[in-house]
Design a protein around this ligand. Structure first.
Ligand SMILES: Cc1cc2nc3c(=O)[nH]c(=O)nc-3n(C[C@H](O)[C@H](O)[C@H](O)COP(=O)(O)OP(=O)(O)OC[C@H]3O[C@@H](n4cnc5c(N)ncnc54)[C@H](O)[C@@H]3O)c2cc1C
Length: 597
């Protein structure tokens, strides 16, 4: 492992067996003027158009949401990820993620907007013919049309390919006749164009169709009454002998499932960015309240318990952000590579994004769960007021919950992390199994111990290498016992998945702090080191717990004890004065009265 080769763009999952140089990662501290200007435009839109209308739109006012979406289209916000020839601005993936992050602070507007710009528009952009792109994408990019994505059915949720919606070619060969029902469709109440997934005749796999709302036979139910994101229209759509012109088949017959999955990978990564915006908003609400509310004669922001909470909110958000932008640049690198090889722009983009399926699932699970933590603590910091519908954090708390359910539930995504990494390794993308077997052979001497004159970052790199070895040992041990049946051992897969995710995010934080130091000098990096120290200290504990849970689930007797003591060694890190480190982080937040890290 020490001699691992440094590469610029790693394959999906390859980080497990490789080391990355901090100079090769992108960090938010490197955003350029143009990127910051785009983010500011998104922020201004939320301040002027979204927040003042939030209460009304949350009364399920479909017209108001539609008009807000159209306004954002008029300002060009819907075209950020669309190439210029289709009325967009063709921004890089990193910039798209920054825009997604910023809009993520927009509650139900964010859900409607992201559904339109992502799953509602991009299937046509990435898989459409030139005619389909000209007809639909050019108008979706400006908000003239609003889009939706119709995959889920009453009997087909996580098992998306189980849908019963059916299409058959008309006798004259001019139309597909579509029949079926979709549910939980975001923007259903007003979407003009829908990508609908259905099986042609008795096909085993889905095909995709572009369906216009005003085609006869399309009907939409009233909106569902939901726990949160109330302003986002969510409804069932029925297709009753709908005549879809044959030229509206998207991609090839039977390609729908692949389209659906690729678009979901993209949706997951963007959700990872959205939740950061929502988390920063919750942190800002928390610190502002804590800096105003007095109890026992003091501002509550002076209390250690509150400092602990806000520091944790900041550290976890910073961590998710580090992983997001690290991945975004890898995606941009791969897209450019594919374009250089002569790939069509749209296909290069979706192939570049969906290649990173392991990391996409990590960002989705990690981001949605840290947001739940951050917003939960935001409510707590507000005390009784946090429970009042008058406060933004109350809405944030309810709105946050959906993120663990849509774009593939977190259960499905946890399984995907492991399954995809293993499949990619089996395909030969990287040598996971050889390295894991090697590590297993030398269990007792596996944990790297402190070197003489080890620098701060060398120490952290050693921890990360040890975490990766822990992941490999658990994978190898579990495969040895369960063999192909590992797929039925979801609890163990979940343990492995959590180990992989925490390792990826931990490494991302380390790389970011190292890069910040190289950009700004060590004097400016003190607080970032605090974040890294606390994060790695906490992550080691989480990885250890997941590793031991897995080991005791597949091994017993002496073997279990041998593996467990290796896991203890691999997850041992130096002690940290977490109280003081967290207080320093909290003090900066409290002084700035907003998230400025
Ligand atoms: C507000 C909202 C908006 C949505 N927007 C859209 C949209 O625009 N377009 C669209 O097509 N869909 C949309 N969805 C649907 C959403 O993607 C599904 O709800 C989600 O995929 C889960 O499917 P399900 O609800 O049928 O749950 P189920 O699949 O029935 O899952 C129930 C539980 O079982 C677990 N589970 C299922 N299978 C497994 C397994 N193999 N192993 C372990 N655990 C498992 C799940 O994780 C979950 O905890 C939306 C849903 C909501 C609530």
């Amino acid at each position: 492992m020490q001699q691992m080769e440094a590469k610029r763009v790693l394959k999906s999952g390859e980080f497990l067996v490789s080391e990355t140089d901090s100079k090769d990662v992108f960090v938010p501290e490197e955003f350029n003027e143009e990127q910051l200007m785009i983010a500011q435009t998104c922020k201004d839109f939320l301040e002027t158009e979204v927040y003042p209308n939030m209460d009304n739109v949350d009364k399920q006012d479909r017209d108001l949401m539609k008009s807000m979406l159209k306004k954002s289209g008029g300002l060009g916000l819907m075209g950020i990820s669309i190439p210029e020839e289709y009325n967009g601005f063709g921004q890089s993936f990193v910039t798209q993620m920054l825009a997604a992050e910023t809009i993520g602070a927009g509650y139900s507007f964010s859900v409607a907007f992201m559904a339109h710009c992502g799953i509602g528009t991009l299937p046509i952009m990435y898989y459409g013919t030139e005619e389909q792109r000209q007809k639909y994408v050019t108008r979706l990019a400006t908000g003239e049309l609003i889009g939706a994505y119709c995959l889920t059915e009453p009997g087909a949720g996580s098992d998306a390919n189980a849908g019963k919606t059916n299409a058959r070619l008309s006798d004259d060969g001019k139309y597909y006749i579509l029949n079926g029902q979709k549910m939980w469709i975001t923007n259903a109440g007003f979407a003009d164009v829908q990508t609908v997934f259905a099986k042609i005749d008795n096909d085993r796999v889905l095909s995709a169709f572009i369906v216009e709302r005003n085609f006869p036979g399309v009907t939409v139910n009233p909106d569902e009454h939901k726990m949160g994101i109330k302003g986002s229209s969510t409804a069932q759509i029925f297709f009753n002998d709908v005549k879809v012109p044959v030229e509206n088949l998207l991609g090839k017959r039977g390609e729908g499932f692949r389209i659906a999955l690729s678009i979901l990978h993209m949706g997951r990564i963007k959700l990872g960015a959205n939740v950061i915006g929502a988390a920063k908003k919750a942190i800002n609400d928390s610190v502002k309240y804590a800096n105003e509310r007095k109890q026992f004669g003091s501002l509550i922001s002076t209390f250690g318990s509150i400092k602990h909470k806000v520091a944790q909110q900041v550290i976890l958000t910073f961590a998710a952000e580090s992983a997001n932008y690290r991945l975004s640049k890898d995606i941009d690198g791969l897209i450019e590579k594919y374009k250089g090889e002569g790939c069509d722009k749209g296909r290069a983009t979706i192939d570049g994004i969906s290649h990173y399926a392991v990391e996409a699932a990590i960002l989705k699970v990690y981001g949605s769960e840290i947001l739940d933590f951050v917003i939960d603590e935001a409510v707590q910091i507000h005390g009784g007021m946090g429970y009042s519908a008058e406060m933004a954090v109350e809405k944030g708390y309810r709105d946050s919950r959906i993120n663990r359910i849509f774009e593939g539930t977190n259960e499905i995504n946890r399984l995907l992390v492991v399954d995809t990494a293993m499949k990619r390794a089996m395909k030969g993308d990287f040598d996971l199994f050889g390295k894991a077997a090697e590590a297993y052979e030398s269990l007792s001497s596996l944990a790297e111990s402190r070197m003489d004159h080890e620098s701060y970052f060398q120490e952290k790199s050693r921890y990360i290498r040890n975490f990766k070895k822990a992941v490999m040992i658990v994978i190898h041990g579990a495969m040895k016992i369960f063999e192909k049946n590992l797929v039925s051992e979801q609890e163990v897969q979940n343990n492995i998945s959590d180990m992989i995710s925490e390792t990826y995010v931990g490494e991302s934080v380390k790389l970011r702090v190292e890069k910040i130091e190289s950009l700004k000098g060590s004097a400016a990096a003190g607080l970032y080191r605090d974040m890294l120290d606390v994060f790695i200290y906490d992550v080691a504990e989480k990885i250890r717990k997941a590793a031991l849970d897995a080991v005791y689930s597949f091994a017993s007797g002496e073997e279990a004890e041998r593996l467990a003591s290796t896991m203890m060694a691999l997850t041992t890190v130096a002690g940290v004065n977490v109280k003081s480190a967290r207080r320093r982080i909290a003090d900066k937040l409290i002084e700035d009265n907003m998230y400025k890290f």
